[in-house]
Structure formats: structure tokens, C-alpha cells
Ligand binder design. Structure first.
Ligand code: MLT
Length: 412
């Protein structure tokens, strides 16, 4: 008899975005006229075309694949040296951060890496997760058997939740007790909050004191314009000894459909064996990567490399400015409609407080039915997201302006 992974049966409903997709499809099927004017501000998926530098690099790489002399088969599982070098130098060393080329692991997505990283961490770790949170951190821990069952509020036994509320500016604080693995995301998905240097220093101090590891998701770092806000956890002294950083080309280069990301695992980062010996994690991640992954395609890695050219960097800046322009339009529209609004500066997500007494899913339904706009219900990100909804600024400017108008026309 074959057994299934019982942990999957503990998962609450579907993954948030497919669940939203299902509800939106039902709405569109039953309201074909409204479907024609539907605007999606739900999932944070980019809408603008790839930068010209990326298109040129893709064409060139495709042509290389068509010639015997330049054809490429399997590449290095952890990424081609030239891309790892470009990343380590331009994202880190040129900014004074100590990251070596071989500490960069190129992958097909941060979402995958955030889940896969659990392969090299022990099952006995106490896991701390923000609430609300990007659902991948929590669900992958459930799948890995790191939790008990969820209670009626959706909280899983065994997880240490870090409440993120308007009172703490949606940035979690280190707990008074001991945890071993901490997920941090700044700029934050879903709240759009950014952690200050002092807040990240507190976390690094906590992690070093407790021999804990911070899993730092920096997928939205390109959206930080305030020079005082750290774009990498490695800007904080000591972080090389306690943090893994995830980055993505999805939201800066528009690679959500192209697929390329990276994870930084410093060689100085240690964790304990079951009998208390301290060992580096880098060789484990290398072993995991070379065993379970065959690398990102040559063509896509050349495309990612193009983002680091002068032309590519300027085009990324234009893309980011475009989405941040949308964020400003959406923030202004939601405020004009009378909502209390968070995020939307240094981050592409806008976190909106629903009217008193209106739940997140009620707000979702109202906005879908009356404004024909898809947003994301805050409660889908955790209990402390209840009463909020998230608006994504990934859209055309015309759509952002139309959403702003429609939100102001709503009557609650
Ligand atoms: C989101 O909408 O939260 C993101 O697009 C999801 C992701 O990047 O995986």
C-alpha cells in the first residue's frame, strides 16, 4: 500500500491565488458583460513588456542555440559563472556588501526557493512567520510536516506567529522566546511595509544571540527608493552569519513568465546537526541544488544577465517607476474614497483597511461585483489580515486610473 503525505491534508482550502481565480471565473461566467470590464489588481503579476535589453539578449541566445559551435546542453545547476558574477558584483559588492560569486545560486523562482530551502533545515526547528504573510512560507512548512493541525481561526499548531498590525507598522518584532527560523520579507508582501535599518538590526541581533536563521525575502528590493531603507539583509553587520536572502527577477525585470531568481547562501552561515555540531549550510544547498535541479535555461540566464547592463538597468528603473506611478494613483484613489491606506511607497502593494464591520472577503465580493475589480482579501494572508485588502499596482496606467475612479464611486 502506498501512503500519501498526510501533511497536505492539513492545508486550509486552496492556495490563495487559485482560489481567487476560481471565484473570479465563476463571477465572469455568470456576468459576461461585467467580465469585459474586469480589471485585475489581485495577484502581483507584471503587465508591461520585457525590457528591450532582455529581448535582444533572448534573441541572441536563441541564435546561439541554433549553431553547433555555440549550442548549450546542461549548464551548471547553480547557474552560469558569468551570471553569478554579475549578480554578486552588481547587486552586492558594488554596494559594499560582502557576497562571493559562488554564494549565489540561480534558480527558476523565489517561490520555489522559499519552499525548497526547507530541504536543508531540520524538522525540529521552531518556525516564526509573520501574520499576515506571503502564504508560501506557511504552506510549505505545513507540507513539510512542521506544524500540527490548523485551529478554527486557521492558525497552525507549532508555528510561532508574529502579528503585523497597524500598531507596529506591519513590521514584526523579535519574540521574547526562542525561535530557530524566521521568515522576513521587506518590502513586504502583502502589506507594502518596509523594515528600517534599526528593525533589521534588532532581528540580526536576535538571530545571532539565538543561533537562529533569517530567511530574508527581498523579491521587491528594486522598489525601495528611500536610501535609508536596506535593500539587502547583508547591509546589516553580522547578517552573513545568520541569513539567507532570496531575490527575484520577476518584479524588477518583469520575469514572472520567464522565470529566474537567485538565493544567496553565505559560506559563513552555520546551523546545528542533531547532536549539536555547527556545520555550514552552503554545501548542503549546493548538494540539494545539484541533485534536484538541472539549472535555469541558458537563454533565460542570458536574459537575466542583460538586466545588469547599463541599458538593462535603465529599463528596469523605467519599469519600476511605471508601477510605482500606479501605486501613487491607487493610494490617492483609495484615500479619496475614504479608506485608510498603508504601503505603496517603496513597495508595489497597497494595503487598505476595509470599512468598519466589512470582512476581507466581503470587501473582495463587493469590489468584484460593484467595481469589477479584483483585489486580494487580506484574510487570505493570515488572521491579522482580516479587515484589510491588498491592491497590486502591477498594471497599465490606464487601468490604475480606472480602478482609482471605480473605487471612489463605490457606495458601502
Ligand atoms: C503575489 O501576488 O503575492 C505574488 O505575485 C505571488 C508571487 O510572487 O508568487
Amino acid at each position: 500500500m502506498a501512503y500519501l503525505n498526510d501533511n497536505y491534508l492539513k492545508l486550509k482550502a486552496g492556495y490563495l491565488f487559485p482560489e481567487i481565480g476560481r471565484r473570479v471565473k465563476t463571477f465572469c461566467d455568470t456576468n459576461p458583460a461585467a467580465a469585459l470590464r474586469l480589471i485585475r489588481c489581485g495577484i502581483g503579476d507584471v503587465t508591461e513588456p520585457l525590457p528591450a535589453a532582455v529581448i535582444a539578449a533572448l534573441h541572441k541566445a536563441v541564435d546561439e542555440m541554433g549553431l553547433r559551435e555555440s549550442f548549450k546542453g546542461y549548464g551548471p545547476e547553480q547557474g552560469y559563472d558569468w551570471l553569478r558574477h554579475a549578480i554578486a558584483k552588481k547587486d552586492f559588492r558594488d554596494r559594499g556588501l560582502d557576497v562571493a560569486d559562488d554564494e549565489i545560486f540561480v534558480s527558476d523562482g523565489s517561490k520555489c526557493d522559499c519552499g525548497n530551502i526547507l530541504d536543508i533545515l531540520g524538522h525540529q526547528n521552531r518556525i516564526a512567520i509573520s501574520d499576515p504573510v506571503y502564504p508560501v512560507y506557511l504552506d510549505t512548512n505545513v507540507m513539510a510536516g512542521h506544524t500540527g493541525e490548523a485551529d478554527e481561526t486557521g492558525a497552525y499548531a507549532g508555528i510561532h506567529y508574529l502579528p503585523c498590525t497597524a500598531q507596529n507598522g506591519f513590521v514584526p518584532e523579535p519574540p521574547s522566546g526562542k525561535v530557530d527560523v524566521i521568515y522576513l520579507c521587506s518590502p513586504n508582501n502583502p502589506t507594502g511595509a518596509v523594515a528600517t535599518r534599526a528593525q533589521l538590526e534588532d532581528w540580526v541581533r536576535y538571530a545571532l544571540a539565538n543561533q537562529a536563521i533569517i530567511l530574508f525575502d527581498a523579491a521587491y528590493e528594486a522598489y525601495i527608493t528611500d536610501p535609508a531603507i536596506p535593500r539587502s539583509i547583508y547591509e546589516i553587520p553580522g547578517a552573513r552569519d545568520c541569513a539567507i536572502e532570496f531575490r527575484s527577477f520577476s518584479k524588477n525585470g518583469g520575469f514572472t513568465g520567464v522565470r529566474c531568481a537567485l538565493t544567496v547562501v553565505p559560506k559563513t552561515l552555520m546551523a546545528s546537526t542533531a547532536n549539536g555540531e555547527r556545520k555550514p549550510l552552503h554545501p548542503l544547498w549546493l548538494r540539494r541544488t545539484t541533485t534536484k535541479f538541472n539549472g535555469v535555461s541558458y537563454i533565460v540566464q542570458r536574459a537575466a544577465e542583460a538586466l545588469y547592463s547599463d541599458e538593462g538597468k535603465a529599463q528596469v528603473r523605467t519599469l519600476v517607476n511605471h508601477y510605482m506611478g500606479n501605486a501613487a494613483v491607487l493610494v490617492a484613489g483609495c484615500r479619496a474614497a475614504g479608506f485608510t491606506v498603508f504601503g505603496g511607497s517603496n513597495a508595489p502593494y497597497i494595503w487598505v483597511s476595509a470599512p468598519d464591520g466589512v470582512t476581507s472577503w466581503q470587501a473582495f465580493d463587493k469590489i468584484l461585483h460593484d467595481a469589477n475589480v479584483v483585489i486580494t482579501p487580506g484574510s487570505g494572508f493570515g488572521r491579522h489580515g482580516e479587515g484589510y485588502f491588498r491592491v497590486s499596482s502591477f498594471n497599465s496606467r490606464a487601468n490604475a486610473e480606472e480602478v482609482s475612479r471605480r473605487v471612489q464611486a463605490l457606495r458601502w
